[in-house]
Design a protein around this ligand. Structure first.
Ligand code: HEM
Length: 375
């Protein structure tokens, strides 16, 4: 379903091609590399949050759904191509959103209509895909024309120059485009909604929010977040873990076994489609006490965050296809929360169930708006 948009990128490719691409992309996500991007990540987030000030001063709500999208989109474009796309941000966001919605609509049909059928819906989806791909192609073309001395230490540069150990080959333009669009699609909406859910949960649970603010005051002392000091904030880590448990942005993943398998008493024929319902797993009372409740403390023992039982908690998947951007996403979300709470407090709201849309990512049906208070 995603192929028309992300072609043969990491998310959709398989077998030896996937393995080669994963090996080529992996060095772009090491701790050291994320440290390099962290300066840009902090700068981008600070810039967006500073724009909230006039609304906060007038006690007007902030549209958290929209703002977290802007944060995630600007962070991903800045780290991918060291360029922001302020003038095109809204267009790109809407294009990607409409593509995802249409893909999901097609996926949920009992008999999906072939995408080549020239229906109005398909044509507008194709147009949106073309616009996104043209945008990425243009950036790659511009970068190819740059001299090596002029290029930046960004993800695109990294992916452009990385060589296959066996063949010495670099990625073609097409491969590069597929990988860039994949990182874009896989990386921005998941991170945006996770940040939005976390803020919403903190507004609904003011005591937990206050405990978090106390911790940040004690461990970061109003400093700008960096890769070193965010490690000290254990409760921050627990809050994000718990938010991802209740609202895993990638709420289900699928697999197709190449050979027949037995799972307990269940026989799984070769090539059958299997869904792994991460959302349900994370709320299963066999593994979690009070599964519906937001309790960050469940993640802390002796002042340290703890690991869950194996395979009971899969917000980033597991095994060899585990999310390549996990560390990137967590750093971004931590930076965003610290920077937001350096400036603002969050007004409490009643705990109400969140109506969810099970699109490719798990999204709140209604936009989230929250009131922040100047500190
Ligand atoms: C909170 C944010 C995120 C969540 C919840 C998330 C979740 C996931 C999950 C569950 C998978 C596994 C899919 C499967 O097994 O079928 C995955 C894969 C992937 N994610 Fe993430 N992700 C997040 C952020 C990111 C970011 C920031 C990036 C990149 C910048 C990224 C890039 C990818 C890629 C490329 C894959 C495919 C990996 C492969 O198959 O080799 N993700 N993600």
């Amino acid at each position: 379903m995603l192929k028309p948009l992300i072609g043969n990128g990491l998310l959709t490719s398989e077998g030896s091609f996937w393995l080669r691409q994963r090996r080529l992309s992996q060095p772009a996500f090491t701790k050291e590399k994320i440290n390099t991007y962290s300066v840009a990540i902090r700068h981008v987030i600070s810039e967006i949050i500073s724009e909230w000030k006039p609304r906060v001063e007038q006690n007007l709500p902030i549209n958290v759904t929209k703002e977290t999208y802007t944060i995630a989109l600007r962070v991903v474009t800045t780290t991918l191509f060291l360029s922001t796309i302020k003038h095109q941000e809204e267009k790109l966001r809407l294009n990607i959103y409409s593509i995802m919605e249409k893909i999901m609509f097609r996926a949920h049909r009992a008999i999906p209509l072939p995408f080549w059928l020239p229906l109005l819906k398909h044509l507008s989806e194709r147009r949106a895909i073309r616009e996104v791909l043209n945008y990425i192609n243009k950036i790659i073309d511009e970068r190819r024309l740059m001299k090596s001395t002029e290029t930046n230490d960004d993800l695109l540069n990294m992916l452009m120059n990385v060589k296959d150990i066996d063949t010495g080959e670099k990625m073609s333009n097409e491969q590069l485009r597929d990988e860039i669009v994949t990182l874009f699609i896989a990386g921005f909406e998941t991170t945006a909604v996770t940040l939005a859910y976390t803020l919403l949960l903190l507004a609904q649970h003011p005591k937990i929010k206050d405990t978090l603010l106390d911790e940040l005051k004690l461990t970061l002392k109003g400093e700008q977040p960096n890769m070193e000091n965010i490690q000290r904030a254990t409760y921050l880590d627990a809050v994000i873990k718990e938010s991802l448990r209740l609202y895993p942005a990638a709420w289900q993943i699928s697999r197709r076994p190449m050979i027949k398998e037995n799972l307990g008493n269940i026989r799984i024929p070769a090539y059958s489609g299997i869904m792994i319902p991460i959302f349900a797993l994370h709320r299963n009372p066999i593994y979690w006490q009070n599964p519906e409740k937001f309790i960050p403390e469940r993640w802390i023992k002796d002042g340290k965050t703890i690991d869950p039982e194996p395979f009971t908690y899969l917000p980033f998947g597991a095994g060899q296809r585990i999310c390549i951007g996990e560390r990137f996403a967590i750093v971004e979300i931590k930076f965003a929360l610290v920077l937001i709470f350096n400036h603002f407090n969050l007004a409490p709201i009643p705990v109400e169930p969140i109506e969810l849309d099970t699109l490719i990512t798990l999204k709140p049906q209604k936009e989230i708006s929250l009131v922040f208070v100047q500190k």
